[in-house]
Design a protein around this ligand. Sequence first.
Ligand code: NDP
Length: 328
Amino acid sequence: TRTPVNVTVTGAAGQIGYALLFRIASGHLLGADVPVKLRLLEIPQGLKAAEGTAMELDDCAFPLLRGIDISDDPNVAFDGANVALLVGARPRTKGMERGDLLEANGGIFKPQGAAINAHAADDIKVLVVGNPANTNALIAQAAAPDVPRERFTAMTRLDHNRAISQLAQKTGVPVSEIRKLTIWGNHSATQYPDIFHAEVAGKNAAEAVSDEQWLADTFIPTVAKRGAAIIEARGASSAASAANAAIDHVHTWVNGTADGNWTSMGIPSDGSYGVPEGLISSFPVTTKDGTYEIVQGLEINDFSRTRIDASVKELEEEREAVRGLGLL
Ligand code: NDP
């Protein structure tokens, strides 16, 4: 029998947590034959609700779920963690300046990074979901100098999945026929969903669409503003699709991309494609055996270059701001 994998989830009592935990426990994160132990981290006010969720998890009698621990102490919650999903974050409230938001999140992600550094398992993989995800990942990474830096990643998979779905609808193919789509940059309104290297049923996507106006005026803004459109329609945020994307991100990282395809992940830049080294930016990546590589050699046209640069500039500004706060 396999040793259970320890999966730590922060903000476990939140909306995304509620959509996420049951799928982790039922084997969708790592595989249908991998037992898991859940470690739930919440702030003190969230502990009781987390206990309620744990009761429901018990009541599902998931065969793969080998235990649930709940704590408000990161040193306990990250102890022995193999996978960490950092979901809990400080939401931007009305009138809050970006500096205040980054500072509040520094107070969350810095101690979590330190706890990961001190207590997580050697093979720890971290996915940051809580916003601003890329920069929160940078803060946690900076506080974990002993963890290989490529283990800190940020989620752009929801943007990736949203873009695939929009492109499939536009071209009238099933989503399974869309390959090699890329999200570049920040998980924010400046993100750039790139179809110039994507394929629709084996044909180049930009040629299949052949409509630059749709690309610029419909596709890109629809993908970037989807979260707001869902809040407007549902009266609540896109928690289930965010949780699904977190599952996809980790599952792909651990189990690999298919031949002839890639995915998008926010990862520390090695300088590829002119993205300054160290920024946690979204790239096209292939994954294999728990590691990832940036897809190299893609030709970047002017349309893409401008948009990638704009998103990367925003990431640089966020990095400067957290540097100014002494968080890096
Ligand atoms: P959610 O579970 O809905 O969201 C959590 C975070 O995920 C937010 O930062 C949110 O960003 C982000 N997010 C990323 N993508 C999406 C998406 N597509 N849709 C919605 N959110 C997205 O928030 P809740 O307020 O329901 O729950 C947060 C929980 O975290 C609370 O229970 C709170 O107690 C806890 N918390 C725990 C901490 C800890 O464990 N130390 C620290 C802070 C909070 P955005 O704000 O941009 O929507």
